[in-house]
Write a protein that binds this ligand. Structure first.
Ligand code: T1G
Length: 703
């Protein structure tokens, strides 16, 4: 019988199936929660039911609470209460898991008395990825079975584990193959024959057996969080709740968990991470999707076997696709192949794959020096030297070699793709695919849309991103597209502060304090100062003479101090150390440059460094939006989160700015403009939004 529109109770041969059907992921929305609760109660009073199986239709057992409900008034029944009804059922309840039983979904399963799972199923408690914690008894029930260590590792990593691993830690009782329902029925029959009855998780204590180990697990993980999760809230609250599980009676532990969950839910950090969760799924929703379908992507090719070319080839091979790599001569091709093999040799060395696995993957790689081998390729990506004439020559060869309808993509990070497209007979087939290095690791893919490109080429590029499991962001053509253009602006703000009195070390420390893994000068040393130097020299002729130009970086590069690759940049990297030491000679260079300009250095607080840095970031992002280079503020957030280290628990620069208040950001920019009106020109879009009382979130919603 239908309990709610999302949950039914189906009784067959003494078994009550409480069946959930809420596509796409059986999220535990209000109707599902009410249905489970009602289904359990109905099964309990149905004399024909001897045992209950909780099961779901579609691709997965509930994948968690319905995140779209967060921030809205709570609607009963609350998930913890539903879990309690499941556990208090007077008849044995078996949870039958498939797909990804995550968050509240796994908490519902934990409140059942037994759990069976398909071998392909995964379980997890990923709430920490949303700035939350398992708020429906996970922090209280799971440790009772597994002890603190495995429970905390699952909750703090936020990563799912296999059914097999879950069974080894005791939270899954049986791993089954084939038809889940049939296997769950067989398991239920065995339980009944063996006389097994209700087994309340909240009354289990095997996880508490070894008190010392339990507390040690809590203490070591709390200490580690102080290193890796500084400034974040939910990871520490997770540890507090798991620690309390052993010290408090279950009911009191549940009160503590609920309070901690509500505290996290109300936090800006959770708002930021939930924004990030939905935003990274929104960027693939672009206007072209409504009017075009993707072209074929069966045969792919990469031109160039350097770092980027090889990385792109590996990304394709890792996604199960085959790729042809073209190089200019045999020697270069062998180097390209070696760059690809090096990745897999490392995976073999780390035990991630076997030699046979590597051999099987390498079968998807073909090398050639003959453009004629591209005749049947559907999409090619050029990743040759970042110089327009070199790329034009490659495009000319591609234009002659490739079949009609093939797509010609460029991996350029700043060259004008409209200019490149104009040099061949088929500009409508040209698109930009800006991968971030290392291309097989970094998730962000800026898909740069030239003026003449066909809609189906854009859609095909997004389909490629999906297959490569990349996070795609649609970008317009300009110098730097979305990410590098905004980076250039906030890096200038950092350079100005450095020349005005803040050391690069103070600026890096301030941005690490904000949540970045590294500050801008550390990043420059990592990427190589010579890259930025080349860009500055390239732009020198067209630089606005009224623009304040800081020469400190040039002085450092003139010394050959390019960063980690030369063991010296802004920092000194003794014996190839990864963490640099401050360099008094760099400080002397800065002093000399200040003296040349008659600048008396002043003190910058951590807050001012952060505020100036972020104001420059948000202001340029507004210009990028106003020019249509980015579709929505969320596209900027996803770009900065996935390509530039912006701390995820802040949601991205635009979400962060909304939470600060756009009027506050604008006020700061106006204040800074008193010292430097040329740089601090408030974006007209920012001024408009403030005048109209709108937010970036309003723009995301098309308001
Ligand atoms: N709530 C609402 N919508 C969700 C959702 C959720 N939990 N999970 C996914 N969706 C939507 C998603 O937005 C997309 O929508 C569609 O489903 C397919 O998702 C009390 C409080 C399950 C591994 O954090 O990790 O439980 O774009 O594109 O790649 O302790 O979705 O199609 O309109 O990602 O196959 C904890 C989050 C919640 C799991 C599937 N659970 N979801 O990945 O598809 S908090 C999570 C995922 C909680 C309790 C706490 C993934 C997935 P649209 P998709 P996928």
């Amino acid at each position: 019988m239908q309990i709610t529109d999302k949950v039914a109770l189906i009784v067959e041969d003494g078994i009550g199936f409480v069946t959930i059907d809420n596509p796409p992921v059986n999220a535990l929305g209000q109707s599902v929660r009410e249905g489970i609760l009602g289904g359990i109660k109905a099964a309990e009073v149905d004399d024909s039911v001897e045992i209950v199986i909780l099961i779901a239709e579609g691709r997965t057992f509930p994948a968690g609470a319905d995140i779209t409900e967060f921030g809205k008034p709570p609607m009963p029944p609350a998930l913890p209460d539903v879990c309690q009804v499941v556990e208090d059922c007077s008849k044995p309840v078996i949870a039958a898991l498939h797909g990804t039983a995550l968050g509240g979904g796994f908490e519902i399963a934990l409140s059942a008395h037994y759990r069976v799972a398909l071998a392909t199923a995964k379980i997890g408690l990923p709430e920490v990825n949303l700035g939350l914690l398992p708020g429906a008894s996970g922090t209280q029930r799971m440790p009772r079975i597994t002890g603190a260590g495995p429970a905390l590792d699952l909750m703090l990593s936020g990563k799912p584990i296999s059914a097999k691993a879950a069974m080894e830690m005791g939270v899954i009782d049986e791993v089954v193959e084939g038809d889940l329902k049939a296997a769950a029925i067989a398991y239920a029959r065995r339980l009944i024959r063996a006389g097994f009855g209700v087994r309340k998780t909240s009354e289990r204590v095997e996880g508490f057996d070894n008190v010392t180990n339990y507390q040690t697990a809590v203490d070591t993980r709390r200490a580690r969080l102080k290193q890796v999760a500084k400034g974040q809230m939910s990871p520490f609250r997770i540890v507090d709740c798991v620690e309390a599980a052993r010290k408090l009676p279950f009911a009191e532990g549940m009160v503590m968990e609920r309070a901690a969950f509500m505290e996290c839910l109300a936090s800006d950090q959770s708002k930021g991470m939930i924004h990030a969760f939905f935003s990274e799924r929104q960027t693939a929703k672009i206007p072209e999707m409504k009017v075009a379908k993707p072209r074929s992507l069966d045969n792919l090719a990469v031109i160039g076997g350097g770092t980027m070319g090889a990385g792109i080839a590996v990304a394709m091979m890792d996604a199960g696709m085959s790729v042809v790599m073209i190089e200019r001569d045999q020697e270069s091709l062998e180097r390209g192949r070696a760059n690809v093999e090096k990745v897999y040799d490392r995976n073999v060395a780390k035990g991630r794959i076997s030699e046979a696995g590597k051999a099987s993957i390498m079968q998807r790689f073909t090398g050639s020096v003959d453009y004629g081998d591209l005749a049947d390729v559907d999409l090619v990506i050029e990743a040759v030297f970042e110089e327009i004439e070199v790329k034009k020559a490659v495009f000319a060869q591609l234009d002659g070699a490739m079949k009609p309808g093939a797509i010609l993509a460029t991996n350029t990070s700043y060259l004008n793709i409209d200019d490149l497209a104009a040099t061949i007979s088929r500009p409508e087939d040209v698109i930009g695919l800006h991968f971030f290095s290392p291309a097989n690791i970094m998730k962000l893919l800026e898909i740069v849309v030239p003026a003449q490109v066909s809609d189906d080429v854009v859609v095909t590029a997004f389909e490629l991103a999906r297959r490569l499991r990349k996070i795609p962001v649609r970008a317009g053509v300009c110098d730097g597209f979305i990410g590098n253009r905004i980076l250039a602006n906030y890096k200038r703000a950092a350079d100005y502060m450095m020349e005005d009195g803040a050391s690069p070390y103070e600026i890096d420390a301030a941005m690490r304090d904000f949540g970045y893994p590294m500050g801008p000068f550390q990043v420059s040393d990592l990427a190589g100062g010579d890259i930025g130097w080349a860009t500055r020299k390239r732009k020198a002729a067209s630089r606005d003479p009224n623009e304040r130009y800081v020469e400190i970086a040039d002085r450092i590069c003139e010394n050959g101090w390019f960063g980690q690759k030369t063991q010296r940049g802004y920092y000194i990297y003794e014996n190839g150390a990864r963490v640099g030491q401050e360099d008094p000679e760099v400080l002397a260079i800065i002093d000399a440059e200040r003296a040349k300009k008659g600048i008396t250095p002043r003190v910058f607080s951590v807050e001012e460094i952060q505020q100036r840095y972020l104001a420059a970031m948000v202001n340029e992002a507004c210009n990028v939006l106003a020019e249509g280079i980015a579709l929505r503020p969320l596209d900027v957030d996803v770009t900065l989160l996935y390509g530039y280290g912006f701390p995820r628990w802040r949601g991205g620069p635009m979400k962060w700015a909304d939470m600060q208040g756009l009027d506050v950001i604008l006020g700061r920019i106006k204040d800074y403009a008193k010292q430097d009106a040329q740089f601090w020109q408030a974006s007209k879009l920012l001024e408009k939004l403030v005048a109209e009382g709108r937010t970036f979130d309003d723009l995301n919603k098309g308001k």
